[in-house]
Design a protein around this ligand. Sequence first.
Ligand SMILES: O=C(O)COP(=O)(O)O
Ligand SMILES: [Mg+2]
Length: 223
Amino acid sequence: MNFKNKELIIFDFDGTLINSVPDLTLAINTMLSHYQLPEVPVEEVAPFIGNGARTLVKRALKHSMKDAEMSDGFFEEAFAFYLKCYREVPCKDTYLYPSVVETLQYLAEKEYKMVICTNKPYAFIEPILDQLDIKQFFKTWIGEDSLPETKPNAAPLLHLANNMNISTEKCIMVGDSKNDILAAQNAEMDSIGLTYGYNYNEHIADYNPTIVVDDFAELQNIF
Ligand SMILES: O=C(O)COP(=O)(O)O
Ligand SMILES: [Mg+2]
């Protein structure tokens, strides 16, 4: 199978292009220790990722507080504190997965249009793209707060296709999470599931992406 007929590649961000779990964990643990709560190890933070910042913080707090009662007021304060921590250090230990730069370069040379659709807050995307020096590859990007709906809803993908003036059958979603694959299916787009990211400790193949890929470099064989 190949996807040489596609025109727009919609990439997920966390767990697909970047391994952001070190800095997400740092911000979570800075917040937890501020409230004298037990820290959460990095491997336990990874499965909390996927539904945006609020859900990440809620899952981490519940885990750390062992499901003790959490008032809305406390949650909002802790969430704001977490955002401040992550804003200060969004890209210290975050890194690009192997072969990302050369594969994006390959795809750019083949004249595919590339965009990012993430459930991460919009404001964090550009500083990380800048820091990792990959901003030039992407025409645009949207985050969890760009539209009322987030992945797995089809809306962010349809918005990007519409924005780029490309029909859905010429679009493909590349992601590590069931949210990416379900969003693509809801938008009637093909999808590529990556096995190395964060998917709630579930197999991405169980969500039936059009194809499953273990290594980002494999995209060079199918586009
Ligand atoms: O930040 C998240 O919850 C997930 O982000 P992603 O959609 O880029 O994987
Ligand atoms: Mg992801």
